[in-house]
Design a protein around this ligand. Structure first.
Ligand code: GCU
Length: 573
């Protein structure tokens, strides 16, 4: 179970670390991680590394962005740092948390191997209560960003494979028995708001009293055990006593959860997202999603965004008059969900089951479930998160894929059935027009379709004959767009010009506007991003489908979409 720590007191291990490249994987036999056992001088002078003197590197960061000589590096990088620990209070326990390491991490503390984690975009923790020394400690993390056939994602993606310890590292101390995680689910009816609360307790005193307080609603309830260290309770409120969370009024309520010596606080929104009559409904009202897709990337920082970068992205979303964003194609940092809660932006969150993942392999399926669980248990209290996406552009003629992905849909619903499950799929051409033949669509709540009419194929008005899904499930255009180099102008029919891109947007908007089955869109993409497979003279290592370039300069299509969304926002939330 995910370890909730957002508002807990933590000890940051960010800052300066040592980085030791090991492309030939030779330092394995020299127990670099157990340097305490290393021969001392002068014998160790022959060693080919020094745990205290590698390349100085800031953590968190993306390797190539802070050490240009390692820009396209793929392989092992040993990260080491020493830190002082002042010892535990009473019976406290301590956990070491990495918020993300791309792609696989193996971690040692004072020579003890704590374990490893595969997956570049989700948090993982190790309990270190028994391994921490009072005084000096040596932490070693080997980050391996080598792409792999059996990975999620596998070797081929249209995004840059930044390496390293990309998000914060921290120590979290908690009482012996503590609240490991909690979950809030809200159901809204005409006159009532029902709030279901679950907590998961970790530790010996499982008989401890557990309660939740909503100070602003002047409510407090006690939770009762339901097995598996889980406790539950339900709060029912008159609808008019609550300000429901929605894009136009993203009200957040303070909560306090208490279990023995442990108290956690958080701010959450109360809202209900559901499908009714083939439409997406928020708090019982139909909603059209005015969105855009984005990667987690900032010029010169890779995926290691700071608060200013995140603020800028929401500023652009607000300028576009968005009420929705697709965080592609992997879990972005947890700060995005928190900011979206405050800004009133609904989110599509996704795991990187992208293109040709080896779905038939049992280990891959296990990894797939692990990544889904890690994302969902991290962000399931974010009111902004409306959709869990299980995949992007996977082959619907592949029988194994068609067997495994519906199982993942069910797995997601077991974890969280208070949100919508989706995936980005393809459309098919038929005599009756554009249709959805993907069998996965039958399992999804909302069907995402990636279509590039007017760019990769056909014409924008081809979308005018989009028939949607036979049983009328709501459809989101999860990707649509065209490439343009910022500042490159010319006739509308000349590719790579801003005019061409804008014309594709206008054509698409005209073609889909009146299609009742389309409940929203998240064009590809908010800003240009790095991709090794984009090397023509307009691209130079960037996918140029951004509405802004990588330096935040707006292209004509940005204003065109803004105009459309402003008109649209007059119609719904
Ligand atoms: C695909 C894919 C994206 C990619 C985009 C493109 O649809 O999902 O990751 O970047 O197309 O071709 O630009």
């Amino acid at each position: 179970m995910h370890l909730f720590d957002y508002t807990r007191e933590t000890t940051s291990l960010d800052g300066e670390w040592e980085a030791i490249p090991d492309q030939y994987k030779v330092f394995e036999e020299h127990p670099i991680a157990n340097s305490l056992a290393l021969p001392q001088a002068p014998e160790n002078d022959l060693l080919n590394f020094d745990v205290d003197d590698g390349y100085s590197i800031q953590v968190p960061s993306c390797l190539g962005e802070v050490m240009p000589e390692f820009d396209h590096y793929e392989g092992w990088m040993w990260y080491t740092r020493r830190f002082t620990w002042s010892g535990h209070r009473d019976n406290d326990r301590t956990f070491l948390k990495f918020n993300s390491v791309n792609y696989e991490a193996t971690v040692w503390l004072n020579g003890e191997c704590l374990g490893d984690h595969e997956g570049g975009y989700t948090p993982f923790v190790f309990e270190v209560t028994d391994y921490l020394d009072e005084g000096e400690n040596l932490l070693v993390a080997r980050a391996d960003n080598e792409r792999r056939e059996d990975g999620i994602p596998n070797e081929q993606t249209d995004w840059f494979n930044f390496g390293g310890i990309q998000r914060s590292v921290e120590l979290i101390s908690v009482p012996e028995t503590f609240i490991r995680n909690y979950k809030i689910e809200t159901t809204v009816s005409n006159d009532r708001v029902s709030v279901q609360v679950s907590t998961w307790i970790d530790g010996p005193q499982t008989e401890a009293q557990i309660s939740i307080r909503f100070p602003e609603l002047d409510r407090e309830i006690e939770l009762s055990p339901v097995g598996d260290e889980r406790y539950r309770a339900e709060l029912s409120l008159p609808r008019d006593a609550v300000t429901l969370w929605c894009p136009t009024s993203p009200r957040l309520y303070k909560i306090e959860l208490e279990c023995g010596l442990d108290v956690i606080e958080d701010r959450i929104g109360l809202r209900d997202i559901a499908i009714r009559d083939g439409e997406i409904h928020l708090n019982g009202e139909s909603l059209w999603l005015r969105g855009v897709s984005l990667h987690e990337e900032a010029a010169g920082k890779g995926r290691s965004l700071d608060d200013t970068d995140i603020d800028t992205r929401f500023q652009w979303l607000n300028e576009l008059d968005c009420n929705f964003a697709r965080l592609a194609h992997y879990p972005h940092s947890r700060e995005m969900g928190r900011k979206a809660d405050e800004e009133g932006i609904l989110l599509w969150e996704e795991v990187p089951a992208y293109w040709d993942v080896n779905f038939g392999d049992n280990d891959v399926q296990q990894l797939y479930r692990q990544q889904l669980r890690e994302l969902i248990q991290r962000d399931w209290n974010r009111a902004s998160v409306a959709l869990w996406s299980i995949a992007n552009e996977t082959d619907h003629e592949d029988d194994t894929r068609n067997r495994v992905l519906p199982e993942m849909v069910e797995f997601v619903r077991e974890l969280d059935d208070s949100r919508l499950v989706t995936a980005a799929c393809f459309v098919d051409e038929s005599d009756d027009g554009l249709i959805i033949q993907d069998p996965l669509a039958d399992s999804l709540d909302v069907i995402g379709i990636n279509e590039y009419y007017g760019w990769y194929h056909g014409n924008t008005d081809d979308m005018a004959v989009f028939q949607g899904h036979p049983d009328g499930a709501p459809v989101i255009i999860s990707e649509v767009g065209a490439g343009a180099k910022w500042g490159h102008y010319g006739p509308e029919d000349q590719r790579w010009t801003e005019e061409f891109q804008a014309a594709v947007y206008q054509g698409q908007i005209d073609a889909i506007t009146d299609n009742a089955q389309i409940s929203g869109m998240s064009p590809w993409i908010l800003f240009d991003f790095r991709s090794p497979s984009r090397q023509n003279p307009y691209q130079r290592g960037y996918n140029r489908k951004g509405l802004l370039d990588q330096r935040g300069r707006k292209k004509q299509a940005f204003y065109l979409l803004q105009k459309f969304y402003r008109e649209k926002s007059g119609e719904s939330l």
